[in-house]
Ligand binder design. Sequence first.
Ligand code: PMP
Length: 440
Amino acid sequence: NNDAFLARQAEFESNVRSYPRKLPLAIAKAHGVWITDVENKQYLDCLAGAGTLALGHNHPDVLQSIQNVITSGLPLHTLDLTTPLKDQFSESLLSLLPGQGKDYCLQFTGPSGADAVEAALKLAKKATGRSGVISFSGGYHGMTHGALSVTGNLAPKEAVDGMMPEVQFMPYPHQYRCPLGIGGEAGVKALTYYFDNLINDVESGVRKPAAVILEAVQGEGGVNPAPAEWLQRIRKVTQEHGILLILDEVQAGFARTGKFFAFEHAGIEPDIIVMSKAVGGGLPLAVLGIKKQFDVWSPGHHTGTFRGNQLAMATGLTTLKILKEQDIAGKVAAQGEWLKQQLAAMQKRFPVIGHVRGLGMMIGIEIVKPNEAADHMGSFPADGELSALLQKKCFEAGLILERGGRHGAVLRLLPSLLITNDELAIFLDKFEQALIGAGV
Ligand code: PMP
């Protein structure tokens, strides 16, 4: 049973480092949005491998594509060398980039999102001859040194000294806690002033950076969609100042937010697009989309052993094909709006739901203390403890959710993009059970 496996893990604790056990189950099998544990209990999985499994668990076409590679005689590992499969995958991915990718080239960087972020930062430095980076509060870019340096969360940084120097953080818009500030007109003006007057001004102390890196919808930071006009303004000022704009689409990309890329909501074109998670259809793969004029690598300047995972290209290709041919982005956009309406109705009955936000199948539910004093924006204090309890109650009700944002107060939904309306109704049912179970 689950306990036996968990006890074995606990025994191994000193030898096998493992995820904190917020979700105490041992997984036996999974299909679609459903995970079954070793005791045969079923869970509706709204985490989907941290958003990696765009088509859910064990999609038959994805499994078949693995089978095809295995029986084709292709090597599993090819370094960065070309294969017909890599060729097909690259063509398919490029065609999904802005302008069908005609101004972009691809670079395979390694197995994880953080790998690709490292490559993007290095490339921006090389392309501009500058070294600074502007990043944003609540941004998440990975756990390697450079990626962690531009991550706007102090907790994981406090464990290690010596982050990348010259990283400046600016406030990211927040619909609930700062809806009018940096996100609105005043924020756009502040940003313009910052870039136009402060950068490279001796007295301001702000050095012109190589790049600005951001997520168009922050994931780990608590599901924060950036306003379109803010993103457009950032695109304009970075262009005017010759600063590269890096969009991290690792989590929000690949139809997750109801557009193929989350930056498409603002109609902007980044200089570098960071892609991982769903791009590999559930297997490890990371790729950069680079505007051709910034493709300044010389051979050997950025290499890595694991850039030729043929299985990941096969599962990635199948995923891209289904996302595109079945217009999953359109389906997901409509479902996201419907789900937000349902949750807004639930909010009236459960005031601990402070705010519901997000786009498509990337939805955040901020849990608050509604009986405490509201701040100057009329927003209640975040309640990380209750959110942790709700996560536990959801789990007991057979629902897997992740948390994020400040104090972990935001419950996050990142299910398979093929989730059905009936399954969303089951989610709502289980979530309500959890709220009742938590006595709120
Ligand atoms: N960027 C974003 C936006 C992410 O959400 C993540 C992972 N959650 C990463 C980068 C890092 O990816 P990885 O864990 O594969 O290194």
